[in-house]
Design a protein around this ligand. Structure first.
Ligand SMILES: [Fe+2]
Length: 233
């Protein structure tokens, strides 16, 4: 079973930094990270921290997609969010396996991963707050914007792994990384492209609608706008 929220009870480990206290028995020792991806001639500690942060972003993506899929009023958007949720759950599994293969600990939550968690928590908070404080259309737009922002980082993360792959010498690390990147990169292209285009179309439709603000049945028209702005594919 995939771990979507690493906590002390799931066996998560960390490093104490400034105000972050980590119980001694779960402190990740720096020497344990140095051998990460040892055959690749990279800074093992840095790459281990980085992959921990990328995994954290995918885990947070699962939470985000579960939230927006449950909150949207548009069946077409819901289907797409559920489709991307499935991809994101698989990305969590692939990254988890990759970190183990490279000699790391998938339950290690690096300082960078903590920051990624904080950033994503605010994204999801925005979606949840919007649920009780706006009309339907702004709510749908807030969810879509959260997805667009999350997918933009997702895309940057996987593009970087592709670039890193090209730069590595032949060996087990390059082979393991390459096979995961080949499986995921095209899906990340699709995610960010869909989010960007859908956001653009929905925003354009509202910008061109001269009657939107005059009608009394705003909610009904807003729903139609959302539905019509997205074509099932
Ligand atoms: Fe994605």
């Amino acid at each position: 079973m995939s771990i979507i929220t690493p906590t002390r009870t799931t066996g998560a480990r960390g490093v104490p930094v400034n105000m972050t206290e980590v119980p001694p028995e779960v402190v990740m020792r720096p020497e344990a990270l140095q051998g990460f991806a040892a055959d690749a001639g990279v800074n093992g500690t840095f790459v281990s921290d980085l992959l921990s942060a990328f995994l954290a972003h995918e885990q947070c993506g699962v939470h985000l997609y579960r939230t927006v899929a449950g909150a949207t009023a548009n069946p077409v958007l819901e289907a797409k969010y559920r489709d991307f949720l499935g991809d994101t759950e698989r990305h969590v599994d692939l990254l988890t396996r990759l970190i183990s293969e490279l000699g790391g600990e998938p339950q290690y939550v690096s300082p960078s991963a903590r920051l990624v968690h904080a950033m994503n928590t605010h994204l999801i908070e925005g979606v949840v707050l919007a649920a009780g404080s706006s009309d339907e259309l702004p709510r749908e737009m807030a969810m879509l914007e959260a997805v667009l922002l999350a997918e933009t980082k997702d895309h940057a993360d996987w593009s970087f792994l592709g670039v890193l792959c090209e730069d590595l010498p032949d060996g087990p690390t390059r082979t393991a990384l390459m096979s995961v990147v080949e499986e995921v990169e095209a899906e990340e292209d699709e995610h960010v492209e869909w989010a960007r285009k859908t956001w653009q179309r929905m925003t354009l439709m509202q910008a061109k609608s001269s009657t939107m603000m005059k009608v009394t049945d705003f909610a009904e028209k807003a729903f139609a706008t959302v539905r019509n702005a997205v074509t099932p594919s």
